[in-house]
Design a protein around this ligand. Sequence first.
Ligand SMILES: Cc1cc2nc3c(=O)[nH]c(=O)nc-3n(C[C@H](O)[C@H](O)[C@H](O)COP(=O)(O)OP(=O)(O)OC[C@H]3O[C@@H](n4cnc5c(N)ncnc54)[C@H](O)[C@@H]3O)c2cc1C
Length: 326
Amino acid sequence: MEIQQNISLKNKNWFQTGGNAKFYCEPANETEFQETLKFSQDKNLKIFVLGSGANILISDNGFAGLVIKPNLNKIIIKDEVLTAQAGVTIENLINYSLDNNLIGLEEFSGIPGTVGGSVFINIHYFNYFLSDFLVSAKVINKKTELIKTVDKTWFHFGYDKSKLFDKEYFLVSATFKLKKASDLEIAYLKGKRDERTKQRNNRYPTSNTCGSFFRNFHENEVNLKINNEAITFIAYYLDKIGIKGNLCVGKACVSYQHANMIVTQKGATSSDVINLAQKMQQLVFENFGIIPQPECQLIGFKDWPLFKFKSHHSKSFDDTLSLNLP
Ligand SMILES: Cc1cc2nc3c(=O)[nH]c(=O)nc-3n(C[C@H](O)[C@H](O)[C@H](O)COP(=O)(O)OP(=O)(O)OC[C@H]3O[C@@H](n4cnc5c(N)ncnc54)[C@H](O)[C@@H]3O)c2cc1C
């Protein structure tokens, strides 16, 4: 397996921005994955494991370490249990399961990404979470390079949350428990998959975005209630400030289709995206006293480039924020 140097990451992420990886490789099996980790240990390099780049923003300065994109694409089915390696796309995962009369994952139709990136953030669509289906997984330890099998509880899954955020382990494969279905049900669900994908493609931008840039708020972060229910949906706040299709910084704009989606135009930089995201944070703070936090993973930034959340009890913007520009 070749470890390449000074590789552009621009064409490896959906925003199509960002600098180069100092080292880059695509291990094609578990042993090669282990070898890449050994390489990074020997050279004392930072590691970033890349999926399809649908939920990341890479610094314009690139990533001064080793970027590993697992080229692990196998799927195995045994009875109602399906195991997919980290590099399998969600699209292929759904297609393969339906082609084998297994159902359950169709709700995620049209969500871009790989199994690795999707288990990492525990992808969700309304009330459906990928963790509802995951039963076990194989993970690899960053330092020891050992691969072990873990069960679902190991992940401590939540909304936008899994143990993989600690970056001590990376996902090698995930095993999902699905349901057997008849040919008739499969025909219906294949239609549902196509319909869901079409709807998503009409509702959301289909390129140059990371999907939702900010996460929803946690209940304890918000003051605003309607009918006694805490308003946690970030889209509510962003919609209210009227930025949809209306706010651009440099060549990054808030999508006209969705107030929480930033889209880049040709020639955009990651700094444009950061500057726009800061502006959005500032506007939500000025209007509602809370600061949205990113769902999009920020990669390669020397310092945290956005405003941080402290508490909704903070009195002023300065009191609430600490900002380190890259
Ligand atoms: C148009 C659009 C719509 C979207 N809609 C939704 C939606 O409805 N619901 C939703 O939940 N998300 C949505 N997203 C976000 C995105 O689809 C998911 O976050 C997806 O899981 C990202 O997968 P990826 O392979 O591209 O990961 P990447 O963007 O490449 O990486 C994301 C994170 O996962 C980590 N990662 C990747 N592989 C591994 C691995 N093997 N082991 C450990 N960590 C790993 C990376 O290190 C990084 O921190 C949308 C994105 C877009 C662009």
